[in-house]
Each structure stands twice: as structure tokens, then as C-alpha cells.
Design a protein around this ligand. Structure first.
Ligand SMILES: NC(=O)C1=CN([C@@H]2O[C@H](COP(=O)(O)OP(=O)(O)OC[C@H]3O[C@@H](n4cnc5c(N)ncnc54)[C@H](O)[C@@H]3O)[C@@H](O)[C@H]2O)C=CC1
Ligand SMILES: C[C@@H](CO)CCC[C@@H](C)[C@H]1CC[C@H]2[C@@H]3[C@H](O)CC4=CC(=O)CC[C@]4(C)[C@H]3CC[C@]12C
Length: 369
């Protein structure tokens, strides 16, 4: 990526490129990265939609692979200029074992870093998560916080633990000499709860509402605020960070950035209703309809049932002590660090983000897609 090669075409690798966020990153790169020469999409499960991208002007290479396999990662990274590492096991419901979560999120990230070092790839953008900060096990609110806000980040759950460790590995790797002697430049982006086209949990809530006769029942006080972020803006921030890492290496290298946009702060349920309301659902109750102690009891019961049923089937409902604590703790971000460091501005307004998400829920929410 030297000055003399303004017109040089670059090879990008997106790990997890067929996931919810990954697909948006892939499409955003194709639309908004003029220097893109080849796009490698690496995922455990390749999506059929990749085929349609192969007919465009940029070479799109689909690579079926596993980030826990170092040799597969090294082969995919070799010759890439930039890696956007979004692959991860997102599980807060007890579907996967803590060991598997650690292997994918931590060892997978270690493999990506080592592959960059071995093959001479210099630019690495890592998709971290707000969860590396909190909410913590004590349920302390994080109110309009930024990257420098002091907060007691204490985790026990395997998912945030793995994301925190992986993020640390990525930041620590900044400055390491890669093959050829130049330094690796890394940064980590921390999305809050992402929403938008392809968001499975949103679709699950929609289907649950349809089953309940067009109603959802309030379980969490409206005063508990969450900061959410539109997937298109998260993708855009990745593309911009990847593009600017070389030019602004001294400023951006080793830094973390929350992913933010203009989405309003609301409770998890009220925010979902911004989309599910126009799709015909209603949130019943201005206050939680069941007492909190009952939710705590049901969440604990779900853990017991999950354990008892494990030999027979995978019982992994949305409600467990961890997700209840998440939903019931204020976590909102207010920052302009990405704007200051690399000129990020949200690409999609709140109105656009909302409309796009509503159209997607309407189009696919009731279908098996
Ligand atoms: N969904 C959310 O609200 C948030 C997600 N994140 C992070 O964003 C990233 C993407 O998350 P989502 O798109 O929501 O999840 P997702 O599950 O839709 O996408 C993850 C992708 O990684 C792939 N993957 C999983 N294990 C793999 C392996 N061993 N080797 C290769 N590929 C593998 C999956 O096949 C999937 O396509 C993750 O790193 C997650 O931790 C961060 C903050 C919020
Ligand atoms: C108690 C229920 C009553 O309706 C509501 C349960 C909602 C939960 C399933 C979600 C509440 C908060 C969500 C998490 C949050 O948005 C942050 C996240 C960041 C990530 O990196 C991955 C996803 C998630 C953990 C997200 C998962 C779903 C919730 C716990």
C-alpha cells in the first residue's frame, strides 16, 4: 500500500464474511472500497448469495474454512493486504460449550494474528464487542460512556471473556514485525447490540409475537436504556477503519473504538418495537408484567432445564441469568473517537436504518428464510 501505487488494487480478507455482520461488510467493501482488487470471503459456512457477487468487476473468492485451523487461516491470509476479522461464535444462550467459544473466538483470533505475521499482512481490523466492557457481573450501569470511561469490567460468561481476551491479543499484536520487517497495525471495533437486515433475534421476537396473537409482553422496565447500532453503519466503520489504518497508523494502531450511530437510546424491548410495531406487533404493558424476582426464577429454571435436557436435546431459550442481566442493565455509548481518529460518520441515518430493518422484517420475518 505504498504512495507510488495509488492505483494499486488491494486484496481484502473478511473472516466470518457470511455471517450477519460479515455479509454487510462484504457488500459494503464491494460498494465503497475503490481500491479493492480481490475480496476473499472466509467462513465455516459459505452462503449461496456469494455466487451472485462473483459476476462483478472485483474478484470474489469464497473460502470455506475454520479459524481454529491455523493452516487454513494462513492459506487464506497469504497475499492479503488487509484482514477484517469478524468471525466469531456469538453465543450467550448456552448452545456451544465454553471450550468451543474459547477455541473459535480466542484461538481463532490468535491464528489470524499469527497468519498476518507469517505471511506479511500488515493491517488487521478486529470485530470486538461492547461486551468486553460490560455490563459487568454486578449490573453496574454504563451511561453514555466512551472508550475512556472508567468501568469495572468483570466477566464470568464465556462469550464476553473470550471477546475480551481476543481483543487484548489483537491490540497487543499492534507493532509486531510481520514477514518483511514492517510493523503490523491493528485496531478493534466494539459494536453495541447490532440490528438490521439479517438480525436473527429480531426475527425470533417477531415470530414469537405472531404466535402470541400480535402481542409481546413487557418484561424489562422502559427506563433501562440500551445503545444499539445499525449493521450498515457497523460495516461502514469496518471498511473505513481498514482503509485508514495505513495512512493513520500512528493514531489508530492499537486503539479501540465503540461502534455508534444515531439510533435512539431505548430499552431493548422498546427499541425492537421501533421495527416490530410497524410490522403489526404491540408491546403490552407500560411496566413489566411479571415481577423481576419471577424472571430471575424462570431464568434459573431455564439453566436447570438446559442441564437436565442436554443428553436428549439442546434447550437454549432466550432467557437465562446472563441475558436477563444484559437486558436489565443500562449500557449506552456516547463517543466521537472514531470520528476524530479516522473521520467516521454514520452512512445511514436513523430513519434509513429503521426503514431498511422494517422492510426486512416484513419481507422475511414470517417466512422460513
Ligand atoms: N450481533 C451482535 O449484536 C454483535 C456481534 N459482535 C461481533 O461481531 C462478529 C459477527 O457477529 P454476528 O454477525 O452477529 O454473528 P454471526 O454468527 O451471524 O456471524 C459469525 C460468522 O462467523 C462464522 N464462524 C463461526 N465460527 C467460525 C469458525 N470456526 N471459522 C470460520 N468462521 C466461523 C459463522 O459461520 C458466521 O458466518 C462476532 O465477532 C461478534 O462477536 C459484536 C457486537 C455485537
Ligand atoms: C429478558 C427478555 C425479555 O424480553 C429479553 C432478552 C433479550 C436478550 C436476548 C438480549 C438483551 C441484550 C442482548 C445482547 C446485547 O445487545 C449485546 C450483545 C453483544 C454481542 O457482542 C453479542 C450479542 C449480544 C450479547 C446481545 C444478545 C442478546 C441480548 C442478551
Amino acid at each position: 500500500m505504498a504512495d507510488s501505487a495509488q492505483a494499486q488494487k488491494l486484496v481484502y480478507l473478511v473472516t466470518g464474511g457470511c455471517g450477519f455482520l460479515g455479509e454487510h461488510v462484504v457488500r459494503m467493501l464491494l460498494q465503497r472500497e475503490p481500491r479493492l482488487g480481490e475480496l476473499r470471503v472466509f467462513d465455516l459456512h459459505l452462503g449461496p448469495w456469494l455466487e451472485e457477487l462473483k459476476t462483478g468487476p472485483v474478484r470474489v473468492t469464497a473460502i470455506q474454512g475454520d479459524v481454529t485451523q491455523a493452516h487454513e487461516v494462513a492459506a487464506a491470509v497469504a497475499g492479503a493486504h488487509v484482514v477484517i476479522h469478524t468471525a466469531g461464535l456469538v453465543d450467550v444462550f448456552g448452545r456451544a460449550s465454553p471450550k468451543t467459544i474459547h477455541e473459535v473466538n480466542v484461538q481463532g483470533t490468535r491464528n489470524v494474528i499469527e497468519a498476518c505475521v507469517q505471511t506479511g499482512t500488515r493491517f488487521l481490523v478486529y470485530t470486538s464487542s461492547m461486551e468486553v466492557v460490560g455490563p459487568n457481573t454486578k449490573g453496574h450501569p454504563f451511561y453514555r460512556g466512551n472508550e475512556d470511561t472508567p468501568y469495572e469490567a468483570v466477566h464470568r460468561h464465556p462469550y464476553p471473556c473470550s471477546k475480551a481476551l481476543a481483543e487484548w491479543l489483537v491490540l497487543e499484536a499492534n507493532g509486531r514485525k510481520v514477514c518483511g520487517g514492517l510493523p503490523l497495525v491493528t485496531c478493534a471495533l466494539r459494536p453495541t447490540g447490532i440490528y438490521g437486515e439479517g438480525h436473527q433475534i429480531m426475527r425470533d421476537f417477531y415470530r414469537q409475537g405472531l404466535r402470541l396473537g400480535g402481542r409481546l409482553f413487557r418484561a424489562i422496565p422502559a427506563s433501562v436504556e440500551h445503545g444499539r447500532v445499525y449493521v450498515g453503519n457497523v460495516a461502514w466503520m469496518h471498511v473505513l477503519a481498514a482503509r485508514e489504518l495505513e495512512r493513520r497508523a500512528a493514531r489508530m494502531g492499537g486503539q479501540v473504538y465503540f461502534c455508534y450511530d444515531g439510533s435512539p437510546y431505548k430499552s431493548y424491548e422498546d427499541f425492537n418495537m421501533e421495527f416490530l410495531g410497524p410490522c403489526g406487533l404491540r408491546l403490552v404493558g407500560t411496566r413489566p408484567l411479571v415481577p423481576y424476582w419471577l424472571l430471575v426464577f424462570l431464568a434459573a429454571l431455564n439453566v436447570l432445564l438446559q442441564w437436565l435436557l442436554r443428553p436428549l436435546l439442546l434447550y437454549a431459550p432466550l432467557l437465562n441469568p446472563y441475558t436477563l442481566a444484559m437486558a436489565n442493565t443500562t449500557f449506552t455509548v456516547s463517543t466521537d473517537k472514531a470520528q476524530r481518529h479516522f473521520g467516521y460518520e454514520p452512512l445511514f441515518s436513523w430513519e434509513d436504518s429503521r426503514t431498511r430493518t422494517i422492510l426486512w422484517v416484513q419481507a422475511t420475518g414470517g417466512s422460513a428464510q
